[in-house]
Design a protein around this ligand. Structure first.
Ligand code: UD1
Length: 371
């Protein structure tokens, strides 16, 4: 079976890594190619992850770069169609919910190629999120739907997707976290920055709904800066390029200039996979609008405030350490104070988040070949 694995943006890399490894353990049953769409291209958003995760160099890079949604999606589809026509794969495997995921799914399906989606069935029920549109379009077309939890299975069933397509395999991102946890713990970064375990927070922001509007972004940054000052400890903020561009466009740089006192918001460049894991695993609190980080903090047992009105990952609230807070500055302040005053919560690792999700996927694909 010839498989094309697709990646495009930062959150895809840690998901594909264990899948490539698990598939390669099935010897010559599979031939696999890695296609990078080039949706993310900065060294810190892409190459650093390939190095940390030991990913093979992409066989093909479509080099599409940034653009509006239609531009980016269209460019990926045009370029990926050529790849599919040339390589004639038996299966295209996509992960997550970024534009590359949806674009490659539509392209392959229209050529009659089977498509597998890893991380299927997640739903925020918020059509204002581009990712929700990507998730819905991808899942309705896919032949194999690999899910991370039972809530996702139920979502897919409710949408009428046939039972035989749905496979509850667990969470490949957690495969990667468990594999690299010890290595990440040994990095010298915290020591270099003078951060004691449990004595700092971590902030990440990149959702258009939080960063593209001046008032919203300023409100969040102000709320976090005020609490950090009151708490007397730093909140480290590795800034996504989209967010940095917004901060500069809105003239908000001065809000981040804390002069590196031992408290306040510490602005940093985006970190590599291992550096970021190293930082989050010992944080007292994480504030984020990321999807994946809600799941990672659940397994790490670190309290996570999700700065969004909804989540496609409710399991991280039901079983994990996650709390939905939205982006109202007063609510962020109040919840952050509450979390810092309480003992750290006991996280519970959801079913099948055990480091073996990718092995389950590879076995299901192998069984298909044998049929
Ligand atoms: C994308 C995904 C989002 C994911 C996020 C993780 C979609 C619709 N969005 O959002 O689901 O959570 O990645 O990071 O697919 N930029 C750079 N360098 C890069 C990449 C981007 O400077 O390597 C800047 C560009 O100004 C670009 C902007 O960031 O226009 C947004 O990039 P884009 O890939 O469109 O979306 P993200 O916000 O990164």
């Amino acid at each position: 079976m010839k498989i094309i694995n697709v990646v495009g943006a930062r959150p895809n890399f840690m998901k594909i890594a264990p899948i490539i490894e698990a598939i390669s353990q099935h010897g010559n049953v599979f031939e696999q190619l890695l296609v990078h769409t080039g949706q993310h291209y900065d060294a810190r958003m892409s190459r650093a992850f390939f190095e940390d995760l030991g990913l093979p160099r992409p066989d093909i890079n479509l080099g599409v770069g940034s653009g509006t949604h239609a531009e980016q999606t269209g460019k990926i589809m045009i370029a990926f169609e050529k790849v599919c026509l040339e390589e004639v794969p038996d299966l295209v495997l996509v992960v997550g919910d970024v534009n590359s995921t949806m674009a490659c799914t539509i392209t392959a399906k229209k050529l009659g190629i089977r498509v597998a989606h890893v991380e299927a069935g997640l739903r925020s029920f918020d059509m204002g999120m581009p990712e929700e549109i990507n998730r819905l379009c991808t899942d309705v077309l896919c032949d194999l739907l690999f899910t991370t939890d039972r809530i996702a299975n139920a979502n897919l069933r409710r949408e009428g997707l046939p039972e035989e397509r749905i496979h509850f395999v667990g969470n490949v991102m957690i495969d990667t976290l468990l594999k690299h946890r010890e290595r990440a713990a040994m990095l010298p970064l915290r020591r270099r920055w003078g951060l004691e375990a449990g004595e700092y927070g971590v902030l990440t922001l990149h959702r258009p709904s939080n960063v593209d509007d001046r008032e919203t972004l300023a409100g969040i940054l102000e709320a976090v800066a005020v609490i950090a000052r009151e708490w007397g400890r730093p909140v480290v903020f590795p800034v996504h390029p989209r967010t940095r561009a917004c901060i500069e466009r809105f003239g908000l740089e001065q809000m981040l200039e804390t002069g590196e006192q031992p408290w306040g918001v510490w602005v940093r460049e985006p970190l590599s996979y291992l550096e970021f894991l190293h930082l989050t695993m010992s944080a007292r609190i994480v504030l984020t609008d990321s999807g994946g980080l809600q799941e990672e903090t659940t397994v790490l047992g670190v309290p996570c405030l999700t700065l969004r009105p909804n989540t496609e990952r409710p399991i991280a609230c039901e079983e994990g350490t996650n709390r939905l807070v939205g982006n109202d500055p007063e609510r962020i302040r109040a919840t952050m104070m509450e979390v810092l005053a309480a003992p750290p919560p006991e996280g519970r690792t959801p079913e099948k988040w055990d480091g073996k999700a990718a092995a389950r996927i590879a076995q299901i694909l192998h069984d298909m070949v044998d049929k």
